[in-house]
Design a protein. Sequence first.
Length: 355
Amino acid sequence: MAYTILVINPGSTSTKVGVYRDEETVFTSSVSHSVEALAQFDTVADQMEFREKAILDLLDAHVIDLKAIDCIVARGGLVRPLPHGTYRVNDKMKEDLRTACYGGHASNLGALIADNLATKLGVPAYISDPVVVDELDDVARLTGIKGIKRRSIFHALNQRAVALRYAKTRGLRYDDINLIVVHMGGGVTVGLHRRGRVTDVNNGLDGEGPFTPERAGTIPAGSLVSLCFSGDYTEHEIRKLLTGHGGFVSLLGTNDMREVERRAGEGDQEAALVLNGFIYRVAKEIGSLAAAADGKIDAILLTGGIAHDANVVQGITKKVSWIAPVEVYPGEGELEALRDAGLRVLRGEEIPVEY
């Protein structure tokens, strides 16, 4: 039996939509939302009807029979920390997303819109592997200051998707192997997937791990304290330095990896140093997780938009291939990952979890 799945992925300024017949793509599209259009709404939750209409207009334009849809899968928002899996949208989840009690982000709209449409169609709505997936070992949570613990916020959806893809193509079970998965985009997260759980990963949103095109990564704590109390920055400005105005933006004035590559290729020594520093920091993060796993790593998987960059991939591979074979899965594939989650549930390969 073939299944039809609607996938919804709301971002800050766009909404991506996909319709699939099993693994076959019926159509994918992205609707951009102007700053002016979004400015009329006081909160992210207020955008729900606006974005839902945009989705329905897309489906109508592509002549999609809504009655043929078997389930709807949406990108998970900022819900409570939870283990990986595919979660059925329920009232508790919707309340947490509406009130943004764990944080506000456009991705919070995914489950709300999916459930609203699914209720009208009489089909189930799910989210899968939101960024707050938290399976850290207790030892990985510790820091040297009582009351401060490490948090798990990472590219869970894409990391798990490529890990599952790797296992499937090798005839292995994800629950039986150890992988290090590196997602490289505007943010970079490096996760240790140990027998089916992500037992350690850097918090890619909040100033931890390698510096990235837009994020500062781990920086010396003392220097950050001095910056905070210098009187030159507000709290908001400091946070923007950590996420948004850090990394390549701070060092080179651009978040475009292609621009950095071009400048380095033309002899810009500062750009070349930053590029090599990025490779160095990612490789160092991989090495630390290999040590955490007692060196028992089956493969290292590189994914995300920057995994399209051959120079970066080669540089990282050169430094870490002694640990384990390196495989490359360029791009993000979030729509496909959500589709696959829906298919696993519909085919009885995965049991959906209640939130």
